[in-house]
Ligand binder design. Structure first.
Ligand code: ZN
Length: 310
């Protein structure tokens, strides 16, 4: 079965939502890594969250969701583009041991110095245009709460998230209260009634336990949560795994390290081997490859948008 993201609108209230179910993609993320159980749970929840936010924000580009940890987990990264193509990876501290039921705080916020970041990297950047990044403290016991707080601050939208993941599947539900068109002529629904619907749906969502999310497909979840409402569903979308790594990008990374550093590394080995953290793809750069990287580096960089140097 394909991984699926299902968007919907509640007809009788300004509430929209999404359900997502990611299994095949998640298996590809996990295939090359052996993360502790609690890290799988957290990374899996971030995977669903990134897909839900990407579809919700309708941003044309890549959404990068990161947690910088100060505990046994140093870094968690999930990327999702506007076609819902995902990749994810986690970095542990050396020799770190993690209990199966470790909490978010125990994993990444031991000294209250963990950070959560969302970067919006536009697809076709204008010259000089930069990615937008928002970084916030990890103010919450779960990644869902952290994102809810983030969305309230950055988008001024009431957003509710329920997430769960194990080593087979990652599932998530997002609900969002849209701004009401206050004072609009002919508005059929009283504000109190709208608020009541939002509160009722949020409370229903709050009854969702992880076990239920993990064991129930999204069609059944949709029915269980929203059978009382009139729901308009949109065409389902299909998240999938995709890694955007390339030889050129690895080369650029080596350039950033600098010629001295790269030559140092080459002194002790014939060639540099670099594995992509996301997909495991192996790249090799020998002395000639490395030399070429730095020959291409000309002082003409001050005018990088002319074709003359090609
Ligand atoms: Zn890769």
């Amino acid at each position: 079965m394909k991984d699926t993201l299902q968007k919907f609108m509640v007809e009788n209230a300004p509430v929209r939502g999404e359900l997502v179910e990611i299994s095949a993609t998640w298996q590809q993320v996990l295939a090359r890594h052996n993360y502790p159980v609690a890290v799988k749970t957290l990374l899996g929840e971030m995977l669903s969250a990134a897909a839900l936010l990407s579809a919700n924000l309708k941003f044309n580009g890549v959404i990068v969701m990161q947690i910088y940890g100060d505990g046994p987990v140093k870094l968690l990264v999930v990327e999702c583009d506007s076609d819902l193509r995902l990749r994810a990876t986690a970095k542990m501290s050396e020799g770190a041991e993690v209990a199966d039921d470790a909490t978010l705080t125990e994993l990444v916020n031991v000294n209250d110095e963990g950070r959560f970041a969302i970067t919006l990297d536009p697809k076709d950047k204008m010259p000089g245009q930069q990615a937008y990044q928002g970084i916030v403290p990890l103010d919450g016991d779960t990644v869902a709460t952290v994102i809810e707080n983030y969305m309230l601050r950055s988008e001024q939208l009431d957003t509710k998230l329920w997430l769960a993941a194990d080593d087979k599947v990652s599932r998530g539900v997002l609900l969002q209260k849209l701004p009401t068109e206050g004072g609009k002529e002919g508005g059929k629904i009283a504000p109190e009634e709208e608020l009541e619907t939002w509160n009722r749906l949020s409370m229903l969502g709050n009854t969702l336990r992880s076990e239920e999310l993990l064991s129930t497909d999204i069609d059944t979840l949709m029915h269980r949560l929203f059978w009382e409402e009139t729901i308009r569903v949109f065409d389902p979308q299909h998240p999938e795994f995709y890694c955007s790594c390339s030889r050129e990008k690895v080369g650029n990374m080596l350039k950033m390290l600098g010629q001295a550093e790269v030559e140092d590394a080459l002194a002790s080995q014939e060639k540099l081997g670099i594995n992509c953290d996301f997909c495991g793809q192996h790249y090799e750069f020998d002395a000639v490859d490395c030399a070429q990287l730095f020959i291409a580096e000309t002082p003409a960089d001050a005018a990088p948008h002319t074709d003359t140097r090609h």
